[in-house]
Design a protein around this ligand. Structure first.
Ligand SMILES: Cc1cc2nc3c(=O)[nH]c(=O)nc-3n(C[C@H](O)[C@H](O)[C@H](O)COP(=O)(O)OP(=O)(O)OC[C@H]3O[C@@H](n4cnc5c(N)ncnc54)[C@H](O)[C@@H]3O)c2cc1C
Length: 379
């Protein structure tokens, strides 16, 4: 049983030590708050460990563009301090256009990025083949976004958490929060904790807040053996945006990432209504076929492992960051396929809310007040 005398003296209790909760913990201690983090399992071991680690500016809505661009700049600021294990590489993204129709999207995307001050470069068919010789012939071109990058997500979450702990945060590991009330939580062993503010950062596990309109969206990833130089940038088909936007049906898209080790991560799939961790051979085959249709030589490579993870999707595809109808309960959830990218920006916005500080970007599109009122429940 934990010593309660010590545990009533926190300003903030953060539930969940995925990349989002860990980044929030670090921002909070750096802002001078006394922080406790509750994590029932391995910190960074849930969706964070399953994620691909692509740090990408996404332009699917102005709010997402602002948050992902802000977050990407925070990653860049952090990069000198990141340990080697985080494997931060500014490899850039190439959005691959298969035909002239998609090339028109490339031009539109470039304009959107230019308007937001984000550097990008149009590649014609020849340029694309020069940049990525293993792509199939005959693709129309693409858009290179050179400042996007990749990281190894569990190591990044570990960096945030250990930095927070070394600056005074306390980790309560091994017990889930099972009841949430205004300014207090109860852990599964009966320990009661109180704080001025509680932050729910439990990823797709929302048993504490069952009324939140968040759906689990299962994804598969494959990792290959080492093939240094086979792919140089994160490669994503432009159709990925359509696939990521579908809110009801299963979808796959070509999405390949070079790792520092020379390995490739191959994605991606999205499925609703599947909450188990089993590999689904049918969607996996569709995903691999899709990848090979863009990059036929992938068929010659050995894959080492396949895994799955759950994204937490809100109806408008934006995360919920900030206060709830209960002034002592705050949310940092609903990051879908962008929680690795958006963790530092979300942590900054969340801490701004906790402290009543002004934010560097417009925080209003992420406010939880846009979804139905909270209904608290025991997990
Ligand atoms: C296949 C796949 C690929 C992805 N690729 C990318 C990508 O390339 N780029 C990108 O930006 N994002 C990507 N994502 C999304 C990203 O992984 C998630 O958005 C992100 O990891 C969410 O982090 P989190 O901290 O919110 O959740 P999690 O990592 O799931 O952490 C939540 C934590 O809360 C804990 N918890 C749960 N219940 C309780 C409780 N009751 N009390 C206390 N703690 C609790 C859990 O144990 C867990 O550790 C991908 C996701 C998947 C599945």
């Amino acid at each position: 049983m934990t010593d309660l005398t010590d545990l009533t003296s926190f300003d903030v209790i953060i539930l969940g030590a995925g990349i989002v909760g860990s980044a929030c913990a670090l921002e909070c201690v750096q802002a001078g708050l006394r922080v406790a983090v509750v994590e029932p399992s391995t910190p960074g071991g849930a969706a964070t460990a399953a994620g691909m680690g692509h740090l990408v500016v996404m332009d699917d809505s102005p709010a997402q563009l602002a948050l992902s661009n802000f977050s990407r700049s925070l990653w860049r600021d952090l990069s000198a301090a990141l340990p080697d294990a985080v494997e931060y590489e500014r490899c850039g993204t190439i959005w691959v256009a298969a035909d002239d129709e998609e090339m028109a999207e490339v031009y539109a995307k470039r304009q959107t990025y230019a308007h937001a001050g984000i550097r990008s470069e149009i590649l014609n068919s020849f340029d694309l083949a020069q940049q990525e010789p293993n792509l199939r012939n005959g693709l129309a071109g693409g858009l290179l976004v050179p400042e996007d990058g990749v990281i190894y997500p569990p190591a990044a979450a570990g960096f945030f958490l250990t930095s927070a702990l070394s600056q005074g945060a306390k980790l309560l590991r091994g017990k889930a929060a099972v009841a949430l009330n205004s300014g207090s939580v109860t852990l599964e062993d009966g320990t009661a904790l109180a704080a001025r503010q509680i932050v729910v950062a439990t990823g797709s596990d929302l048993r504490l807040l069952p009324s939140l309109p968040i759906q689990k969206r299962k994804g598969h990833l494959v990792i290959t053996d080492r093939y240094p130089g086979f792919v140089r940038h994160q490669l994503v088909e432009l159709g990925y945006l359509k696939s990521a936007h579908k809110l009801t049906s299963d979808s796959v898209a070509f999405n390949v990432q070079p790792r520092r080790t020379g390995q490739l991560l191959i994605g991606s799939s999205r499925q609703y209504g599947k909450e188990d961790s089993a590999v689904d051979s049918s969607i996996l085959s569709q995903m691999i076929e899709r990848a090979q249709s863009y990059m036929p030589r992938l068929a010659d490579l050995s894959s080492l492992r396949v895994w799955t993870g759950l994204r937490a999707a809100t109806p408008d595809k934006l995360p919920l960051i900030g206060p709830t109808s209960d002034p002592r309960i705050f949310l940092a959830v609903g990051f879908e396929g962008l929680g690795i990218t958006n963790a530092p920006g979300a942590a900054r916005l969340l801490t701004d809310h906790l402290l009543g500080r002004a934010s560097e970007i417009d925080a209003s599109p992420f406010l939880p007040s846009r979804v139905p009122t909270l209904e608290l429940s025991h997990a």
